[in-house]
Write a protein that binds this ligand. Structure first.
Ligand SMILES: Nc1ncnc2c1ncn2[C@@H]1O[C@H](COP(=O)(O)OP(=O)(O)O)[C@@H](O)[C@H]1O
Ligand SMILES: [Mg+2]
Length: 249
């Protein structure tokens, strides 16, 4: 393999990342490579370390060891520049329930001191432009997730990190979410990392899947390459990886 070439295409690159809480390693020697302008499915059982890794990428947490580079910048040394290029929705987004989608986004903009942003345009992008004066308290879970994404991308970041955004959505909500991801990647040239503990939530949208077990990525594969090998379906393959290969062979 030619050195440098693949690294250059990686908008996020994690090397030997370790994070310990009170001396206990919950992320251990984790390596991750996210290609520019793609959707990366981050798959792992509950407690595997997905949320922790996403927080480390944004700099919400500091690594115990290892290196994270985002757009070829060190995520710690250049954190403010990195943050300008990242939008994230980690855990359930909270809103002012009695306010509309527009009002919630306008408040966010004033808090964040972001100017020159068209709220209507962002709401249109996430499919909420027809909600008008409706208050967020009347929104479905899917609408809330899409409003959370609108808030996460309002400063036009290159990278969007989404922590279990599909969890709990009904089939229509899942379909709308998939379409939104594809729009963001194709039309807005974004790169999306989407975590899930359920393969079927991400297998039809992700270009590549990284499987995390006990804080380390044990497998990173493009779905196209793996589909060729397992035309019957990927469920068993990934379940075995997610359980640390315990069901394997
Ligand atoms: N702030 C914290 N202090 C101590 N342990 C934590 C903290 N945050 C997460 N953990 C532990 O790290 C492990 C991974 O958690 P998490 O990243 O939330 O996993 P996932 O998102 O894949 O469910 C879990 O065992 C969790 O209890
Ligand atoms: Mg989590």
């Amino acid at each position: 393999m030619k050195t440098g070439e693949s690294e250059m295409n990686n908008i996020i690159q994690i090397q030997n990342l370790t994070k310990a809480f009170d001396g206990k390693e919950v992320v251990a020697n984790c390596n991750m490579n996210v290609q520019k302008n793609s959707i990366y499915g981050f798959l792992g059982a509950n407690g595997a370390g997905k949320t922790t890794v996403l927080k480390l990428i944004t700099g919400l947490l500091n690594p115990t060891a290892g290196k994270i580079s985002v757009m070829n910048l060190d995520s710690q040394e250049s954190n403010s520049e990195v943050l300008r290029n990242i939008g994230c929705m980690i855990e359930t987004p909270l809103f002012y329930e009695h306010l509309s989608a527009t009002e919630n986004l306008e408040l966010h903009l004033s808090y964040m001191d972001i100017q020159n942003t068209n709220v209507g345009e962002v709401l249109n992008l996430v499919g909420l432009s027809s909600t008008g004066n409706q208050s967020v308290s009347q929104f479905s879970l899917g609408m809330r997730q899409r409003l959370g994404i609108a808030r996460a991308i309002i400063h036009k970041p290159k990278i969007l990190l989404l922590d279990e955004p599909i969890n709990g959505l009904d089939p229509m909500g899942i379909k709308e979410m998939r379409e939104l991801f594809l729009t963001l990647v194709k039309k807005e040239n974004m790169t999306i990392v989407v975590s899930s503990h359920i393969l079927s939530e991400i297998e039809y949208v992700a270009d590549k899947i990284g499987v995390i077990v006990d804080g380390a990525i044990v497998e990173e594969v493009t779905l196209s390459s793996i589909r060729e090998k397992y035309p019957e379906g990927l469920e068993e393959y990934f379940l075995s990886k997610m359980s640390g290969g315990k069901n394997n062979e």
